[in-house]
Unconditional design. Sequence first.
Length: 392
Amino acid sequence: MPTSTSVRATMPPTVWLARGRHVGPAPRDALLRRLRQLKDSGTIDDYRDPSEAEDAGDSGSSGDLGELVLEARWRVAETVTVRARLTLAPASDDGQEWVLAAEAERPWDQRWPSPATMFWPEEPDADWDHDAATGLRLGDVNRLPSDDKAMRRVLRDAVRGSWAVNVVVHEAMTPDERGLLPLARLLPVSLRHRVVEHRAAPHQLRAVNWALRGIGVEVPRGGAIVLPGHPAPPEYTGDDFSVRTVFLDGSEPSELIEALTRYVASPRPFPDGAEDAVTALREQWRLLTLEEELARERALVAMYAEALEAMTKSRDLYREAAEAAHEALAAYRENAASIPVQSQPPVGHPASPLQQLSRTLDRLRGTAKALRPTPGPREEGDADGGADRSDR
């Protein structure tokens, strides 16, 4: 099983994450229509429409490069508040990618409503429920390609790039109509839009396990396995998240549901980009209640008061230091007036290296003259005689 060499933060148990792609027209209209409908029915407490924020003069309502940012708040279990933030990227050739991060005030319960359906409409063959990495449908049956290379590519993209929980189910025999239905419809509601179900036909077992050999896991015959994400959870092993038998007869796959729920609840590293989505949810949240706005204003007032107090203390300390300096200067002047002035030798400019060399040569010249021998009497006479002879 491949492991990541970099250490990543672990997803908090309070967070619900999903990333998908909308492949149809007018996703913005579908989002706002759904939010208005749920607010009118009392399902959500409030939501934030960026167009209304722009009319109110809020220039930060939309993200960069044409992103649409929507926020919604609702309650689960009567008293637990959930805050969710959906970002819709600009349109591209293959649709518009969306990222949804939600966080509750306590660890997430998979029986709570799916945050995806708080923003997107629940409709058959919806345009929004496609996995961003693989393009496969969330919560639907996705049959693995018959071509081995295409199968390996799908499974590789599912492990390396998807935020969803990918599960591979092997059909021991061709199922009936009930067995052809997606297993996601039997999952807890908060799991239904986080799971991509890959179905392998009875004859594909060997090819599937060959494709999964690089991950270090395999699908039991007639069973299923929950694939690791990227990076893989530190405690992940294929045996812990495999199911020996999955009955495709319309009955509830209790063992598979237990494995999926346990995998989602286990400590898992953030996939690529997911930590940024959670940080944006926490730090750029704008849909505040009156109590939250009041608390924020109080916090700002306290912060400004603390800054003002620090400035006042700094000013007082500066003033005290200045007064002490003035007193010290006055004392110095009084003492300096009572002390007699002593003559100081003139201080000249420091001699240059050339001047120092000249002075050294002069001293050596004087020393040489002092050491020269004095002429004796004979030498003086010889000198005089020589002079007389020269006169003659």
